[in-house]
Design a binder for this molecule. Structure first.
Ligand SMILES: [Fe+2]
Length: 174
């Protein structure tokens, strides 16, 4: 069971490609990288979201679940300048691509009573990456001056699970 609105431009082709690789890949890391490959080849334009959706919200970044099925879900996220997530990790593999703007991603390692920063990437329109737990603690922020739009594919059926997030981290970073 799942929900979808495949009429969105580029979504049907993307979903078909992801379905194919998730059916034949084995482990989560391999799947994340294969799905990132599909995203790289079939990355939709920002118009996969409506003009209204792309406006975002002054309150917080906004998420739009575009498609769900048993093996994965596709989510579009709109980030106004300065908006970002908390530090978190995921219940499943994830691949994402930037459709518009710039996203700053910081990676952390859990040291028990604190976190340390272990990496940082500035992802621009067209950039794609994929990862799988464990070791996927990160925070994503729009550090650009304009609204950013990204597309995230999670290896979880979001019509059956409330969230792709495993936990938020409130530990100090040092
Ligand atoms: Fe995340």
């Amino acid at each position: 069971m799942g929900t979808t609105t495949l009429a969105r431009p580029g979504l049907a082709e993307l979903v078909a490609g992801i379905r194919e690789v998730t059916a034949r890949t084995a482990g989560p890391r391999e799947t994340a990288l294969a799905v990132a490959g599909v995203l790289r080849e079939r990355l939709p334009s920002p118009e996969i979201l409506t003009e209204r959706e792309r406006e975002g919200s002054p309150e917080t970044y906004t998420r739009h679940t575009l498609h769900t099925e048993a093996a994965f879900s596709v989510v579009g996220i709109v980030w106004r300048a300065g908006q970002g997530t908390r530090i978190h990790d995921h219940v499943a593999w994830c691949a994402f691509g930037i459709l518009q703007g710039v996203e700053d991603e910081t990676l952390y390692r859990d040291r028990g009573d604190h976190l340390t920063e272990v990496g940082r990437a500035l992802n621009r329109a067209g950039d794609v990456s994929g990862f799988a737990p464990p070791g996927d603690i990160h925070r994503v922020r729009n550090t650009g001056a304009t609204t950013a739009v990204s597309l995230h594919v999670y290896g979880v059926d979001l019509s059956r699970h409330p969230s792709s997030v495993r936990r938020d981290y409130d530990l100090p970073v040092r």
